[in-house]
Design a protein around this ligand. Structure first.
Ligand SMILES: Cc1cc2nc3c(=O)[nH]c(=O)nc-3n(C[C@H](O)[C@H](O)[C@H](O)COP(=O)(O)O)c2cc1C
Length: 390
């Protein structure tokens, strides 16, 4: 229902995002999109790039007088560093010398450099890394902000927080209110709800900076107030857990996705893992004793908060370079170093929120359809009555 794709290179002129399938009449606030872009740029452990870029989105199509018109939306985020890259990434053929080529022949282990160069037949990883770079997540975040706007209209809110950096993990559960507050806290260095754990996490980030290394971690995304019945058990590609896993796994450097207590559950007994069901007769509502399923059973939302975790590897551009082989001479060399981040967990979380929002908005559209928000809201409210009377 919702189609989205991005275009643009890391140091190119701009990033572009296209989103089609949003109904007409969704109110659009460009400052909300820009705020989301700003959140993506924050976080303890980011490189110099974030100081150059002050991301702002411009909308070129699909919105009129502050609301969607039911047509595809096109967005652009300018790269402020473009004047330094204009020759290096010129569209036109350019006489190649060392200063204009900025070739990269020493592929970084863990990046797309070598596999991409072999696949696309370039002896210069510049052709690959410019697109493989997580700068692309800015376009996802802008599109995700539009999806979040639709979800908000129907009562669903998404937030995230950091639960692990390196070896430091928070030991306690966080409430929705805490997660929402930290998620929107522009001053929090790592967006972790536990101040003591966050200090230790900062220590880990400082240590890798000093050592010329990098550090990974885990972010958690929570979607609050999600209706029962999004996604389906009926076909493998309709299962919402699978669709969310694919979306979050597609974020650069994410190497694992967990729903609810999924990883812990694998080493536990059935009686320790399932969430027991009860019925509150006065509220006329089913309830669960816990939410270890993370809001999804059989690929269908069950009305509890949706809880998704993304496991980020430590990023692969290291100041203390790793060993690699030159793509031209085939001789052993040190891997290339480009200005780089050394911890990206909070930024990865914002990209994760965007991807979850896009999948959820798609699932809402499948279930409640409608060409306008008014029509969609009518379908949604009719279904809410059906669930209430179940
Ligand atoms: C927000 C964010 C920022 C990133 N910044 C960098 C970076 O500065 N340097 C780097 O080498 N990798 C960075 N990465 C990770 C790479 O883009 C990623 O590892 C690479 O594209 C290879 O893809 P893969 O790790 O998913 O296999 C970042 C990832 C995210 C989510």
């Amino acid at each position: 229902m919702l189609h989205f794709y991005t275009a643009g290179e890391s140091h190119g002129q701009a990033l572009l995002a296209f989103l089609s399938g949003l109904p007409a009449g969704v109110p659009i606030d460009i400052e909300f999109i820009n705020r989301e872009l700003h959140r993506r740029q924050l976080g303890y452990g980011r490189g110099g790039r974030q100081k150059i870029e002050k991301d702002r989105a411009e909308i070129f199509a699909g919105v009129r007088h502050g609301q969607t018109i039911g047509a595809p939306i096109a967005l652009r985020i300018e790269n402020r560093d473009w004047q330094n890259w204009e020759k290096i990434l010129a569209v036109e053929a350019y006489p190649e010398d060392d200063s204009t080529a900025k070739k990269l022949v020493a592929p970084r282990p863990g990046h797309a450099d070598l596999a991409g160069s072999q696949k696309f037949n370039f002896h210069d990883a510049r052709y690959i890394l410019e697109r493989a770079s997580a700068r692309e997540t800015a376009a996802r975040v802008a599109a995700g902000a539009l999806a979040k706007t639709l979800l908000r209209e129907l009562g669903t809110e998404i937030a995230s927080h950091t639960i692990q950096v390196g070896h430091t993990r928070i030991e306690r559960a966080a409430s929705w209110e805490e997660i929402l507050a930290i998620s929107n806290d522009m001053e929090s260095p790592l967006r972790c709800v536990d101040a003591a754990a966050q200090e230790k996490m900062k220590g880990e980030v400082d240590a890798v900076l000093k050592a010329g290394d990098t550090v990974g971690g885990v972010f958690e995304i929570v979607a609050h107030s999600v209706p029962v019945g999004l996604g389906s058990h009926a076909q493998w590609d309709e299962k919402l857990d699978g669709r969310i896993a694919q979306a979050v796994m597609s974020i650069q450097a994410v190497k694992g996705v967990e729903i609810g207590a999924g990883i812990m559950a694998a080493g536990s007994l059935g009686s320790e893992v399932q969430d027991e069901i009860s019925y509150d007769k006065s509220a006329k509502k089913f309830a669960r004793s816990s939410n270890r399923a993370g809001g999804l059973e059989g690929g269908i939302t069950n009305g509890e908060d949706l809880v998704v975790r993304g496991y980020l590897k430590p990023i692969s551009t290291l100041r203390r370079a790793l060993r690699t082989a030159d793509m031209v001479t085939k001789e052993p060399v040190q891997a290339a170093y480009e200005r780089s981040d050394w911890c990206v967990v909070p930024a990865g979380a914002v990209a994760g929120e965007a991807m979850v929002a896009l999948v959820l908005a798609d699932a809402f559209l499948q279930k409640f359809g409608g060409d306008s928000l008014t029509e969609m809201r009518r379908n949604f409210e009719g279904y809410a009555r059906q669930i209430h009377d179940f």
